[in-house]
Each structure stands twice: as C-alpha cells, then as structure tokens.
Design a protein around this ligand. Structure first.
Ligand code: FMN
Length: 231
C-alpha cells in the first residue's frame, strides 16, 4: 500500500472467458451450480479458490443501516442459497426485523462473481437439526459456548465456557451427544434477482441478470426474465 492510502499497485487485466447469452439458460440455477462446481474443482486442483462457498451476506438493521459479513453457503438449490448461523447474532436480529438480504459469491482467480438479492426465510428446524448433527463435535460445542455477536471480556472467558460445555455434553462419538441450541439456525435467500459477472479484457465485462417475473424456483424459466447489464 502506498503512503497516500491508495491500495494495490498492479492493475490486473481480467482475462476470463466471459459469459454469453448462449451459455446462460432462461432460469439461472444450472449455470450458477456449474460455476460453483468449477470453483470447487479449481480450489481442489489449483488451490487458488480457498473457500469456494464463501458467501458475503448483506443485511440492513431496523434503522436501515447496512451490514455485511462472510458465511459459508451450505445449500444451493432451486429455492436459493442457504447458510447456518446464530439466530441471536447481529445478522439474526437484523433479519428478524427486516427479512431481506443480498449476497455474493466471488471467485477472483476465475474472474467470476454471482450476486443474489431477495427475501430471507429462516430454515426449518428439521434441516437445522440434520445439519447440526453432521458437524464435528468441536463445532457443535462452540455453537453452545458462543452467544454470537455479544461482547465478551476476553478469550479466557470464551474458552472456559467452551470447557464447561464439553463437560456438560461429553463426546461419545454420537451425533446426538450435543443438543441443537435454541439460538442456532439458518437462513435461505429466496432471490428476486440473480446476476452473473464475468471479468473480461479491458474491463469490458459480461453481466447477465435474471429478474423475477413471478413465483417459481431458480430452475423455472417461467419465473425469470433474462437480460444483460453494461459493465
Ligand atoms: C470464510 C468465513 C466463513 C464463515 N462462515 C460462517 C458461517 O457459516 N456462519 C456464521 O455464522 N459465521 C460465519 N463466519 C463468521 C462471520 O463472518 C461473522 O463474523 C459472524 O457470523 C458474526 O456476524 P454478525 O455479527 O454480523 O451476525 C465466517 C467467516 C469467514 C471469514
């Protein structure tokens, strides 16, 4: 970084393959899933996509003030992307007050990004329970030990709470050793719009968008109108 605060010295030309209308179906699900799969494979093979499911999630609080953080997208199906989190966290409280969200998957090494905007729906308890039981023991204990987004005096207090929880629910190697915390759950973003961005030479990028016309999943052509935006 330079002394005047200007960030980054290299101008990287984006040399992606782009995205044409011919590669973009009438409904966005298949192409979004294909891009995700390609990011996962590339991360495995070349190591330059470390967390391909890292999803930036934007919310607004009750005063209209925006907020953003990264979570791991754990589902992507015809209803939209979904993630797990603390329901009493800042984002949990914001989504309870204003159930709208925007989210982005960004894969810079592939010159690709996907954006979603839409309505937030809390995940049902059955899905939350199934997923919670699939998590490693330590992660399940942490979910109890952490009142996500609440202040804590120091690291030591957090670690003591973790140890207390370990004693309360010891690890017998059973998915049901640790109960699902009441304050733990997840959200799904049901999109009203989806955009695929593909970086190209000279900043003349491709942006293909799908706007919702009516009810239907991300795989339902009748629910979407496809268009192109200027870069
Ligand atoms: C790569 C990455 C993955 C993360 N995954 C999650 C996640 O799946 N769920 C979650 O609640 N927080 C996750 N976090 C932490 C969040 O970014 C954030 O710190 C936390 O959810 C509290 O946000 P909030 O105070 O806005 O509610 C992740 C952070 C990073 C950098």
């Amino acid at each position: 970084m330079s002394t005047d605060g200007r960030t980054g010295s290299d101008r990287v030309d984006y040399t992606g393959e782009g995205l044409s209308e011919a590669q973009a179906p009438d409904a966005p699900l298949l192409v979004v899933q294909a891009w995700l799969d390609e990011a996962i494979v590339r991360g495995r093979e070349r190591g330059d996509v470390p967390e391909p499911t890292a999803l930036s999630v934007a919310t607004v609080d009750a005063d209209g003030m925006p907020d953003v953080r990264t979570v791991l997208m754990r589902y992507l199906d015809a209803t939209g992307p979904a993630f797990f989190t603390g329901l009493s966290s800042a984002k949990g409280r914001q989504l309870a007050a204003r159930p709208v969200m925007a989210a982005a998957l960004t894969w810079p090494s592939m010159f690709r990004a996907v954006r979603f905007r839409g309505q937030a729906h809390q995940l049902d308890r059955g899905l939350v329970t199934d997923y919670f039981r699939s998590r490693p023991y330590g992660s399940r204990i942490s979910a109890h030990a952490s009142a996500q987004s609440s202040p804590v005096a120091g690291r030591a207090e957090l670690e003591q709470t973790y140890r207390d929880c370990e004693q309360r629910w010891p690890d017998h190697g059973d998915p049901e050793d640790v109960p699902v915390p009441e304050h733990w759950g997840g959200f799904r973003l049901v999109p009203d719009s989806v955009e695929l961005w593909a970086g190209r030479r000279g900043r003349l990028h491709d942006r293909i968008v799908w706007d919702r016309l009516g009810p239907g999943g991300l795989d339902d052509p009748a629910a979407w109108r496809r268009g192109r935006l200027q870069p």
